[in-house]
Ligand binder design. Sequence first.
Ligand SMILES: [Zn+2]
Length: 430
Amino acid sequence: MTGNLVSLATLWRNRFLRPGQLEALQLKKLQAVVESARRDVPFYRDLYARAGLPPGMPRTMADLQLLPTVSKVQMRAAGLHTVVSERPGPPPALTFRTSGTTGIPLTIPLSAADFRIRSLIDFRCLLSAGMRPWHRLVTVGPGQTRPVPIHEKLGLFRTNVILGEVHPDRQVELLLKLRPDVLWCYGTELRVLLEMPGHPLKTLRHRFLIVSGSLLDDRLRRMAEQEWGREIFISYGCMETGRIAMECPRHEGLHVNADHMLVEILNNGRPALPGETGEVVLTALNQFNMPFIRYRLGDLAAWTGRPCSCGSTLPLICAPEGRNEDLLRFAGGKSRSPTSFSYALRSSGHLDQYQVVQETLDWIRIRIVPLPTWTTGEQDRLKQQLLASIPAGVRIDFEPVERIETPPGKHRMVISKLPPDAPAGPAPPA
Ligand SMILES: [Zn+2]
């Protein structure tokens, strides 16, 4: 615990490093991660050999441009055994499967050290937003079973996770019971909760709301403000590398965790100008078991190009674009977050890619790129699982396809062909 406190104090101070100090820290970490990847990870070893990258590179931050970019499709095609470190060590402390937003599942095993630094960065984000030791945090969205840390056993920073695939009625029950001080919701889950008839969560009295996982559009922000009138923070992260950025209490943008990962925003391969939207490319500086070096995330974002009045030197990005997922909508005004679908589909383990297309209120088509292990038995099992998570009377069809195109920032795990915000059909007879 003392080690964690010391690390947290360092991370806290890192928010105010002078630009030269931050760059020196980034370069030191970048060199370590590239050297380790080249030595221990076959995927990067081959990639850098093919690119003719001289030993000792990168020598400066400008040399980052010499490293080839990589993508999820490329890493998946190479196979898990080639993208993780060959270095003998204990088994992974935790394994993530990437969220379903792209419809291309990727397995990410984290070492205990990888996971520890991620948790500390999340913790820094929460503290900077105003979380205090006596507050209870409740998150609604994707989650992971984890050991209960000692500080929670002592009643400090208590945290509860309500999984996104849990039925919305049950989510409401749990939220009313837990009464969070800090509520952290994924955008899609938040929309389902706020659209529930009768506003069952109106009485929640959290101090602030954090929204992540998808774009908080103006409509959703208005709905949340009308429901609770509390301060809202946007958080931006991904399963691959962890928390990327968190909105500053001054609300001038999202501070990038630049001491933990390098964020590049590229437009046709060149760095985007401030305010110019480009593709997000990430380099995880503290992740060694499965490194992500110049990883094209597939999201779009822009630098604000302005320093923050709070004094932190961690650079600011605008709220990112490109993760706004459609909800699944059904007769009688019912809706569901696509989380239960993405959870089931990515957990199947027999699909290379998938995309959910809602054709009508009572018909969902699932385009799939099956792996050779896919069987009709697995299809039936999955169909039953999906049908159980939505109202009765909806048809689900699987449609095998050769591939699903994924232009950056454009691909959606769920595509709804219903008109936006269309009134749903009449309520089914009770
Ligand atoms: Zn700030």
